[in-house]
Design a protein around this ligand. Sequence first.
Ligand SMILES: [Zn+2]
Length: 251
Amino acid sequence: MRINLSALILVLLVATSARAAEDHGVVITPVPYSAGVVMSQAVQAGITPEKAIGILKAGNERFLSNQQIKRNLKELVQKTSEGQYPFASVVACMDSRSGPEIVFDQSIGDLFVIRIAGNVANDDIIGSLEYASKVRGSKLIVVLGHTNCGAIKGACDEFTMGNLTGLLRRMQPAVIAAKTTGARNSSNYAFVDEVGEINVADTIRTIREKSPILQDLEAQGKVRMVGAFYDLSTGQIHWQLDLDSVNFSTK
Ligand SMILES: [Zn+2]
C-alpha cells in the first residue's frame, strides 16, 4: 500500500494540536469543596486563597476538638494515584510535634509540605513552592512556625555545629529584631517565641523577594502567602494574616 506522506504528516500535526488543546484549553468546571473530599483538579479549581485559609482553620478546629475526619487511606491512595491537586503548600519546621497534615487535619493529596528546622526558605525551597503554585495550582503558601522551637532556641544561643551552623544563621535577623525584655537567649521563652514569630514573617518576605513568579501570582490574587504559629502546648494555630503588623526584621 502506498502511503501519502504529506497526508500522514498532516494527520499527525492535527492530532498533536488537538492534544495540546486538551492539555491547555479545557475549562475546568469547579466542584464545591467539602471537608474530607478527595482533591481533584475540579475541586482545586473551586478553592480561592481565602477559602484555603478557611479550610485549614476548620481543620485545626477539628484537630483541637479531637473530631478529625475519619478517612479511608487505602481508598485515598487509589483515588489520588493518577495525579495530585493540593490546595495549599506549607513550609513547616521539622519538629516531630507540628506535622502539618495532623494539626490541620488534612490527608493524602491535600497539601504540599516542605519541612526544615526553623521553617526558613532557601532557593531550593522557593523553587519547590513555585512548582506547587505555578505548575500544580496550589492556592496558598503557609509558613508555619511553632512555640518552643529548638532551632530558634539554637539561633538565640548562637549554637554552632557542623552544617547546622549555617542553617541557624538564617534565623539571626529575627533574633536581632526581637524586642522582648529580659535574657536574649533560650532561657527566655517569651523571647524565643517572639523570635519564632518574626522568623515566620522573615521567611515569607524572603520567598516574596526571591520569587518574581510567586509575586506575580500573588498580585493576580491566584496565590496568597500567610504566616501561622502553632502552639505546642495547646494544639492551636495562631494566624499571621496581616504581616504588616508583625515586627519584621531586616533580613
Ligand atoms: Zn522547630
